[in-house]
Structure formats: C-alpha cells, structure tokens
Design a protein around this ligand. Structure first.
Ligand code: MN
Length: 412
C-alpha cells in the first residue's frame, strides 16, 4: 500500500500511519495528518466534501485548537476518517487529485501545535530494567525492586499544565537540593538535569466515576500514542521525593511529539507481553499481545555540534502493559476523561546502551559519555538539545512517531 503523495524511504509517515495532530496555518489552528513530508489540512479536506457526510462529521471538529472534540466522537468515527484518508491518498485512487492537492501543505511551512488539551496526567514506572537500575543505585542492590513492584503498575499523578510540544525550549529549573555530605539544603539551579525516554498515550473514551476499565476493554479507551520526554531534575527529586513522591523535580516541564499515532496503526507491531512472575492478581491478568515493538532512540546535540545517539531502547521492554496500567488506574473507580495522558515511565532495556535516562547511562554520575564535539556529559547541560525518535517497522511497513526535540536554556 502506497500513497500518491511522495513518501521518502524510511519516512515515519507512510500511508499505514495517518496520525492526527494540530497545525497552525494562516494563523489558524486546524486538525491535520501527515504523509511523507506533506501535511494534509483536514479542515480543508472536510470542506471539499470528500471526507463524506455519512459519518455525521461537522466543520468544528477540524477547525479546532485541539483534537479533543474529534477524539470524543469515538473510534467508529475517528477510524472511519482515517480509513477514508487512506483510501483517498492511496496511489490506486486516481480520482479527485486536483481537489485533494488543495488540502496539502509542505511540512516545513506549517507549525505543529500541542495536539491535545491534556486533562489529567499520570506517569507510571513500568520498565523492570529502569526500576531495577534506580533501586540498585538509590537503595539496596540485592533488593532493588520494592515489595509492591511486581504486584501493581506503580505510578503517580503528575501535572498537565507544563506538558508542551516538540520545539519548545525551556529554562533549567531551580529548587532545593541537599548534598549527601551536607546537613543543610541549598537553593539554586538544578545541577543534574535529565531526560526520561517514555511513550505516552491519550484517553479516547471516558469512564464514569465509580466505573473501572478491564484489561480486556482497555484498547477501546486508548486513542493513540506519542513520544514522551519526562524531563527530571534529579537533585531536586532526590531531596523531595520521600514520602509523597515526585513533585518539583518533575513538574517544571515535560514534552511530547506532535503527531498522535492511533492504537490501530500500531496493531501490526503488537508483540508478546512480559512474562510476569509472581502471578498477578486477577484484575491485572490479561490475554493477547499487549506490548508494542517500537524502536526508540535518544540523541543529545550540544550547541554548535551534531547529535549523538546516547540510547537505543524499545517500547516492548515494558513489564506492565498499557492494558494493565489502565485497569489498575481505574480499579478503585477513578474516572478517566478524553484527553487524559498516561506515560509509561522511563523505558530502559537490559543493556547499558538501552538505558532510558542519563541517571542510568552515567550510573548516578559515575561515568560520562563523549559528545561529537569532544565534551563530556553525565547529565544535560545548558543549550543542549535532546531529541527522541521512535518507529515501528515490520515486513516493509513502517509507522513512526517523528520526534520530540527540546533545548535547555540557562536557569532564569
Ligand atoms: Mn517518568
């Protein structure tokens, strides 16, 4: 299956993908998708009449600052729109091309915006290698995982106001920290700024207060996925996190890739989930392949230098899958809303080259890695740009996420 829109080899945005996002064009925000390096303005496409009116679509779904209203229409509609786009832009369809051309924009002429008005945001801690590594560093190497870890997908409620899109720069956070050899804390700019390589997903179907999502119906509640960088201030986090967990070490900034890839587009890349021992409680039991084989990479680009790959991981390394995360999150009756965001937690693999944070790559600041300009990094420095990319590929089919890329400015 190929599009008549030119699609470069290794493009993340093939006809199999058709993700959804928000672009700004002529000072107006609209819903859009992308094929190759060409953005399709879906408001313009709606106005051609070619999306068909049988779905009960209306213009405000596409002339909109966010995807929330479109997503809230439900999968019957969002999937029908995606299927129709695939049909219209498939090379086997030679009809309406002149009219369809009027909806196309080169990707470098549009600005990607925040795709979703995020409601509540939850961050999990679901990679066993990440949890083991941090447990070894901060607690007891012989008992790295806390007693609850293999019995529930541990998580915390984060803050949505500071989640921004790729391309947004931010200032190094300031806060309290306390060195191990000091008795008093100090206030100042974070010294150990870090990234966390994560995947996020967006809730597409709400639940009522008191209701629970099961592992069997969790897929129906997931609209799609994006790359997620959970920027972390390690020194602030270390001093503040006991007893209530992450706070100012996390809520200063998080960033996402701008195109939401539907769970349907990721279906060909489902793989067997982690073998879980000991056996989980019945509400966390599941059937089917609920992990996804998505290659993930992290690059650091110092100012005036080129990007250096510092991690190659994979979404398939998750111990707890997204179905279990949603089942656990709602088992107590906690409701979810369209536009809520859940993040996976740092995704580390078993090899040091697959660790998803500088905390693990530098093993708590004990080792450094050399950038392409010869400078060394244990954590992220001012004016560094961190780039995360992700894609799935199988039998010649590629579906990718593009990138999330942000630059760290000096503390304000
Ligand atoms: Mn995190």
């Amino acid at each position: 299956m190929k599009s008549w829109i030119e699609t470069p080899t290794n493009s993340d945005f093939t006809l199999y993908n058709i993700p959804f996002g928000i672009i700004k064009h002529n000072n107006k925000k609209v819903v859009a998708t992308i094929i190759g390096n060409t953005v399709i303005n879906l408001h313009a496409l709606y106005n051609t009449g070619l999306l068909s009116t049988t779905y009960g679509l209306h213009a405000t779904l596409f002339a909109n600052d966010f995807l929330n209203d479109f997503i809230a229409e439900g999968k019957a509609i969002t999937n029908a729109v995606r299927t129709r786009i695939i049909e219209l832009f498939n090379e086997i369809n030679t009809e309406h091309r002149e009219l369809l051309q009027t909806c196309l924009l080169p990707v470098n002429e549009v600005q990607n915006c925040m795709p979703v008005r995020i409601g509540d945001y939850t961050d999990f801690f679901s990679s066993i290698d990440h949890a083991t590594n941090t447990g070894m560093m901060f607690r007891d190497p012989a008992n790295a995982l806390l007693p609850n870890w293999k019995h529930m997908p541990v998580g915390y409620h984060g803050r949505s106001s500071s989640i921004a899109e790729s391309g947004i720069n931010f200032h190094r956070p300031k806060g309290q920290s306390k060195a191990d050899d000091q008795t008093m804390p100090i206030f100042g700019a974070c010294k150990t700024l870090d990234f966390e390589l994560e995947m996020g997903f967006i809730i597409g179907k709400p639940t009522a207060l008191g209701d629970s999502i099961t592992t069997a119906n969790a897929d129906e509640h997931i609209f799609g996925f994006c790359l997620f960088n959970d920027w972390s201030a390690r020194d602030i986090q270390k001093w503040e996190y006991v007893p209530l967990g992450p706070f100012l070490g996390k809520n200063f900034f998080s960033s996402i890739s701008p195109w939401i890839v539907t769970i349907e587009a990721l279906a060909p890349f489902r793989v067997q989930s982690y073998e879980q021992t000991p056996q989980v409680l019945p509400y966390l039991a599941f059937e089917g392949n609920n992990n996804f084989d998505v290659n993930l990479q992290v690059f650091i680009q110092p100012e005036n230098s080129t990007e250096k790959c510092v991690s190659e991981s994979n979404f398939k390394y998750m111990y707890w899958n997204v179905n279990q995360q949603l089942a656990h999150h709602t088992v107590n009756g906690c409701n979810v809303n369209v536009g809520d965001m859940m993040a996976s937690g740092t995704i580390s693999g078993p090899e040091p080259t697959s660790y998803g944070s500088m905390l693990e790559i530098s093993w708590g600041g004990k080792r450094s890695i050399t950038m392409n300009d010869g400078t060394e990094r244990k954590f992220i420095q001012d004016n560094d740009t961190v780039i995360m990319r992700g894609y799935a590929s199988k039998n010649g089919i590629r579906v990718g996420f593009g990138e999330v890329k942000n630059k760290v400015l000096a503390a304000k």
